[in-house]
Design a protein around this ligand. Structure first.
Ligand SMILES: Cc1cc2nc3c(=O)[nH]c(=O)nc-3n(C[C@H](O)[C@H](O)[C@H](O)COP(=O)(O)OP(=O)(O)OC[C@H]3O[C@@H](n4cnc5c(N)ncnc54)[C@H](O)[C@@H]3O)c2cc1C
Length: 432
């Protein structure tokens, strides 16, 4: 018998949360990560409502709520009119600004506390799959055996390529910039501009840093070169007409809008999660959130199969349920990219039209806000399957609210009866 039941390749946020989920069920889990140390840079700037709800189910929101900053209005395609997140039907009606490197630190602490074996400085280069299990080879020649392997190794996923899983979609055709810098005269909170010269959005980060990110129509010519502070200054000034006194960069980078979804999230004993399964422009700040939600869907299923409590066919439901949402995010991030890059007069007119619709049609604002927040996720054609329960309405019309932390699975009958049995978690706490 293999000592290790599941190998996860990649200790990014998705690999770490998945590892914690597997260990929660007692699965012997090994994480292989090529970086010797966690990356100090932050890509994702925050967590959306559905992700926070899922972390709450594991009583994991503490460090996020203590250290994060709730942002009650969020942008769609850099439109001037923001979406009102305060109307979301969630205990977390906002986007919580929280840097990715700190999210990874919280998830790594959690995984280690639960007993996950994380080995750093191990780059996976080979994969052999047999009827009984998988053998993973590292660049050192070391081999690791397990029953299952999950590629959580980002958009360039070695696991996906070694398993021969296609990654169809579209290539990048624009170049965007991101700089985490200090600013002598920073703009007001929530500053953003989009015009015929490009697009710029500014967010305050921790430690006195500001993120200046946007779209530069001149970008494609420079896509092969590193972004410099001088270029960032020049680009920001050209688009905004202002000099914010940018200095002391912590991170300068470029990113594109390639949009791809793996043709299969499962092939036999190989599974994909997070950016290994889907990539897209970071418009709206949803990629990390989508990946963490993959991990929550896959974790309990893979644990049940690895421990012989469920047939392997259960894992196909992971693909069936999550694959459409990878496509969905690809769709709305492409739409947002079209808005962000709409520099011609026709595109500017479309932007004004949509901004006005957001301002004057509250249902449109709410619908797009729920989409970014991941609250509209459901699986299959049955409207109830996969729908999250954050609030319940009792038969006599009284509103109900499920106190989520630690509750685990619950059964709510139409007559208001609630049943819960989740290991040693307390009795269900239901208030109305
Ligand atoms: C500029 C920018 C801004 C973004 N902003 C947001 C945002 O605001 N909100 C949001 O939700 N998302 C955002 N994203 C997207 C988000 O950063 C990603 O979706 C997220 O990092 C995906 O996590 P992951 O664990 O799937 O992959 P990754 O974070 O890429 O982690 C993969 C890990 O696998 C390791 N690895 C790779 N290959 C191997 C190998 N062969 N062997 C061993 N290890 C390997 C890597 O070193 C890495 O640690 C942004 C992205 C960018 C570029």
């Amino acid at each position: 018998m293999n000592d290790t039941e599941v190998i996860i390749v990649g200790a990014g946020p998705v690999g770490l949360l998945l590892a914690a989920e597997l260990r929660l069920a007692g699965v012997r889990t090994l994480v292989l990560e090529q970086l010797a140390e966690p990356s100090p840079y932050t890509k994702a700037g925050g967590l959306h409502a559905r992700t926070l709800e899922q972390l709450a189910m594991r009583e994991l929101t503490g460090p996020f709520l203590e250290g994060g900053v709730p942002v009650p209005a969020w942008h769609f395609g850099f439109l001037e009119q923001r979406l009102d997140l305060s109307r979301l039907d969630s205990p977390y009606p906002y986007m919580l600004a929280f840097p990715q490197h700190r999210t990874e630190a919280v998830l790594q602490d959690r995984a280690i506390e639960l007993g996950v074996d994380i080995r750093r400085g191990v780059r996976v280069t080979g994969l052999h799959v047999s009827a009984d299990g998988v053998r993973v080879t590292a660049q050192t020649g070391d081999t690791f055996d397990a029953g299952w392997v999950v590629g959580a190794d980002g958009p360039g996923s070695a696991v996906r390529k070694l398993a021969g899983i296609g990654f169809p979609g579209t290539d990048a055709d624009i170049s965007s910039f991101v700089g985490d810098v200090r600013a002598t005269t920073p703009p007001r909170p929530g500053y953003g501009v989009q015009n015929e010269r490009g697009a710029l959005i500014v967010a305050q980060l921790s430690g006195g840093l500001f993120r200046f990110a946007g779209y530069d129509p001149a970008g494609p010519d420079r896509a092969g070169s590193d972004l410099t502070l001088d270029e960032l200054r020049e680009t920001v000034a050209r688009i905004s007409g202002q000099d914010f006194g940018l200095h002391d960069p912590a991170w300068l980078s470029r990113f594109g809008n390639a949009t791809r979804v793996a043709e299969a999230y499962r092939r036999g004993r190989v599974l994909l999660a997070g950016d290994a399964a889907h990539m897209h422009a970071p418009a709206g700040g949803v990629g990390l959130n989508l990946g963490l939600q993959d991990a929550m869907n896959l974790g309990w299923k893979l644990a049940a199969v690895a421990q012989g409590r469920a047939d392997a066919g259960l894992l196909d439901t992971y693909h069936d349920e999550r694959h459409p949402w990878g496509h969905d995010v690809g769709e709305h991030t492409m739409a947002q990219t079209a808005l962000i890059t709409a520099t011609a007069p026709t595109g500017q007119a479309l932007r004004r039209l949509l901004a006005d619709a957001i301002a004057t049609v509250p249902e449109l604002s709410l619908r797009w806000a729920r989409r970014l927040a991941g609250l509209d996720v459901r699986y299959g054609t049955d409207p109830l399957v996969g729908t999250r329960v954050a609030e319940i309405s009792l038969p006599d019309g009284r509103p109900g609210h499920l106190d989520l932390p630690g509750l685990g699975p619950v059964l709510v009958r139409p007559d208001g009866y609630v049943w819960s049995k989740a290991g040693d978690t307390p009795e269900p706490r239901v208030s109305w």
